[in-house]
Design a protein around this ligand. Structure first.
Ligand SMILES: Cc1ncc(COP(=O)(O)O)c(C=O)c1O
Length: 398
């Protein structure tokens, strides 16, 4: 091989070293850095699959004309998760997505078509203003009228404001946040349902954006919050790279066969099938990794992980209280938000900024994932104390 075609391994190694170092203080974005996929990748390479182009194009629940797919494993992932989200095996339809936004895109799209099967009137999408920006982007993309509902100080939809905004003469597509991006607010589904029962819109579709909390909630005593059986929602999106811990974006989208049946069939002749998914090509690797992780971890393992992150989030909040640092944490949440520290702390700990005048203005947050244990939290608190005393990290200054 000539030099022109060689890989600069030194450059790559330096980059990898930097990433491995950075992950030790990455707490501001909800990416669980406790990834355990080295043995998967080893198997993947030696099995020969690293040299095979697989693709999960098509409906994963139906046979595919393209033989090189992992639908078999994707279905087992869906079959594992659907009862955990309160779907009966016969009613569930789902797929492994490329992330929370992809799941929300399908939820909104399926919602519009589910509603149009019941009413010709154009729907209105209702969502709290603390919901993830992907909902606004997707409304824009899908040409939908959106009503943003104010949120309370904890980041939950103001239900009274929802009632005022609700137009019962038009179908309602409600996006319910179970874990808002910044504060980890959970919309009150009982109160929203009461409003819907009272005002009776011509048709209703509920999509749950559980990208953030949907990973761990099924493994806690609060599993009802994401249960289709209990909450009667129509679809749900969950991110895989948040709680579960994957090395790239992926996620889950679950709905019912009833909702699926209301979708535009779009028969695709070259696939000899109706394809309900928005994207044609879909990752075959992501479902395989998910399947691998499920078998390595199991329900008990996920339960222990959920318990751990909630315990450590509480520990972080207690430590902040101990040093009288203005900080807040909602119930059942692994997000702690607090007064924004100095720039060097923001940078070192990869913190995300936010503003809320009701809480004194500038804020930041820490989303406690599995890689953030008590030792790391103590180190973070030390940095906040250093920052408060007007100093900065000696390592950064040197
Ligand atoms: C509440 C919420 N919904 C949706 C998303 C988007 O998910 P993804 O980044 O997996 O596309 C996020 C991302 O942080 C989120 O916090």
């Amino acid at each position: 091989m000539t030099n022109n075609h060689s890989v600069d391994i030194n450059r790559l190694n330096a980059f990898a070293e930097k990433m491995v170092h950075e992950k030790k203080t990455a707490v501001g974005f909800p990416c669980n850095q406790n990834i355990k996929l080295a043995d998967f990748y080893h198997w993947y390479a030696v099995s020969g699959l690293a040299d095979v182009a697989m693709n999960n194009v098509g409906d994963p629940r139906k046979p595919s004309l393209f033989a090189l797919n992992t639908h078999e494993f994707e279905n087992e992932v869906i079959d594992f998760f659907s009862p955990l989200y309160g779907f009966s095996p016969s009613e569930a339809w789902g797929m492994v997505t490329n992330g929370g936004t992809d799941g929300n895109n399908h939820g909104i799209y399926f919602g519009v078509h589910g509603l149009s099967a019941r009413s010709q009137i154009k729907p209105i999408l209702y969502v709290s203003e603390e919901a993830h920006y992907s909902i606004m982007r997707l409304c824009d993309l899908q040409g939908l009228e959106m009503r943003q509902i104010p949120a309370n100080i904890r980041g939950e939809m103001e239900v009274q404001a929802f009632e005022q905004a609700l137009d019962p003469s038009r179908p309602a597509l409600i996006v319910i946040a179970v874990g808002t991006t910044f504060k980890g607010g959970i919309d009150n589904q009982d109160a929203i349902d009461e409003v819907l029962a009272r005002k009776r819109p011509v048709a209703v579709y509920r999509h749950v954006d559980a990208a953030l909390f949907g990973g761990y909630l099924p493994f806690t005593e609060h599993a009802d919050l994401v249960s289709h059986f209990v909450r009667k929602y129509d679809s749900i999106a969950v991110s895989g790279h948040k709680f579960f811990g994957f090395d790239e974006p992926l996620g889950l989208f679950l709905t019912t066969n009833e909702v699926l049946a209301m979708q535009n069939p779009f028969r695709v002749s070259y696939l000899n099938a109706s394809v309900p998914t928005i994207t044609c090509s879909r990752s075959a690797l992501a479902p395989l990794k998910f399947w691998w992780q499920i078998h390595k971890t199991g329900v008990e393992g996920y339960r222990r992980q959920a318990e751990l992150i909630l315990k450590n989030a509480l520990y972080l909040k207690e430590q902040l209280d101990e040093i009288a640092y203005p900080a807040w944490k909602n119930d059942i949440s692994n997000t702690v938000y607090f007064q924004r520290p100095g720039d060097w702390v923001m940078k070192k700990w990869s913190l995300a900024p936010y503003e809320d005048e009701r809480l004194g203005g500038k804020l930041a947050h820490d989303i406690v994932m599995r890689h953030e244990g008590m030792h790391m939290i103590d180190h973070f608190i030390d940095d906040l104390l250093l920052d408060r005393s007007g100093e900065s990290d000696p390592e950064l200054c040197s």
